[in-house]
Ligand binder design. Sequence first.
Ligand SMILES: [Zn+2]
Length: 351
Amino acid sequence: MHEARTIRDVPGAMEFLHLSAKAGQDAALVQGPGGNTSIKQDGILWVKASGTQLADALTADIFLPVRLAPLLQALDRHDPACETSADFVVAGLNPRALRPSIETTLHALLPQRVVVHVHCVETLSWACREDGEARLSERLKGLNWAFVPYARPGLPLSQAMAARLSPVPSVVVLGNHGLVVAGDTVDAAAKLLTDVQRRLRRPEAHAGSANWARLDLVAEATGYQAVADPLVHALALDPFRLQAVAQGSLYPDHVIFLGPAVLTLQPDESLKLLLARNDRPIAPLILVAGAGALLPRTATPSAKAMARCLADVMARLRPGEPLRHLTATDEYALLNWDAEKYRQALSKARA
Ligand SMILES: [Zn+2]
């Protein structure tokens, strides 16, 4: 059998690319450069490239081939090369010199042919709870699933996941991170994704609308502006949401694209004064209590997508739900990891 030279030579590629693009275009599943998919063929793992957009799966070359056996052997010996998986890309079949997704090892570890990893907001609304695993067990009953407590993506997450692969699950919920589904066909993976989303769905609570005049006043001459997406403002309008997000970040891509926190401002506080007093950059996402949300005028599309993601997750949570935030150590590990600096740089380049 001749080796596939592009993903389009892989049997079932069109269905796979359709599923990838559809997931990528759904903001309830994928935000910005987050989320990734893969398909295995003849010992090669075709996986999304780091920093590319899943939504472009049908229109751009965003997949590259990685040799599966040496990658799995390296994972077995905890080889740091698994942090980026770049050493395992098939030489000569990567004309754009892309890097594989930083989550390539998640895909390699699951033996099923098709793997879909998304930052599904329904899943996040459970996976960011202290009691996430117990609540998920009730909803995922009957499915072959596993829960992996939070670990930094890359080698630590791969090792945490490797410890939960017996028996091999077809659904994996990553604590404070997202969802992985796997199937031997594209159709099986797609059906599982729909099923899990349906099981984890929660009603969204509305929190009123922004005070645009107040936001314009606070933002005047600061380089910030009111967020255009009306749904993001709910974060600042509901005291529970405001307090919960002020306590810390809930999942990795928030930290990568919006910084390690949000800044809350009381309506009588001056943003201009605050900026003048700070010699360090402050959080891009600013929540003005009771008024709405601000982002820098220069905010990247990824930052805007992550602000919306946070609003979507929080709209599903109710006062009193016990949340688990990332620790300062978790945030530091994400922000000082070279593989993530690459993804941030691509996001800025695209803005
Ligand atoms: Zn992820």
